[in-house]
Design a protein around this ligand. Sequence first.
Ligand code: AMP
Length: 286
Amino acid sequence: MQTISFIQDLQQTLQACKQQQKTISFVPTMGNLHEGHLSLVRLAKQHADIVVVSIFVNPLQFGANEDLDKYPRTLEADQQKLAEEDVNFLFTPQVNEIYPIDIAEQTQVCVPQLGEYHCGSSRPGHFDGVTTIVCKLFNIVQADIAIFGQKDFQQLAIIRKMVKDLCLPITIIAAPTGRAKDGLALSSRNQYLNKQQRQTASTINQCLESAASSLENGQNIEAVKLQAIEKLEKYGFILDYFNIADAQTLAPVNENSQEIVLLIAAFLGKTRLIDNKVLPLKPKSF
Ligand code: AMP
């Protein structure tokens, strides 16, 4: 695996691969890699000749009071994991390589509507930061395929919309959420949890599963929502949101919804955890 930190070097190297008619798949990350990330890498390998992974903790997607400074940076361990997965190129740009001008002057990409619900309303500007960096990385790497995790369901929907609306020549592939044995969605932020919080954290997935089966059994949507919120609060979570939305539009679920998604964001102490569950069939309660 070759680690490259400059845009021009990466582009020259990838140009040579393209001249040999190699296809490229791309996995953008913020590093501190876990099995969830590595499952994306494995999927990327199945879809193209060359795999490019990026590690960039993007300041544009962090709010003023968020964890940008303490976000775990573990480049050496990440490099080892990626080399073991036979990744071809790791792109590790510094902030001034990606944003050479003042961030306030940076052109941004904004996906309206989809970015306004759920995490969008509690983290203003977050998704504009995500779409801006992803668009920029897409233009740098010019991959055929990019892999994103369903763990960040809203992010995936927003990126798909950006690709469609801006006619970006790339195919987006979704990877299922990688989970710990107790069901907790793997996340770089899980390591902020102390031992007791880590045990409690699996309640999020349990709540999603039981809310999903209640909906499938025809229980009323508001009652299901209240039960889930009550349970999470009893375990000490401070709810950011628990929403049941249309999986296509991310708007509140309605009688036309074909597929619904349950989305949770909740704090345990200072750690914000997110998870989701998609229900393919229209629940009987609608
Ligand atoms: P991050 O480094 O957290 O920005 O995530 C980089 C990519 O990995 C995104 O596409 C995430 O959705 C994906 N990802 C993060 N955690 C998981 C997980 N537990 N399972 C599957 N994909 C994940």
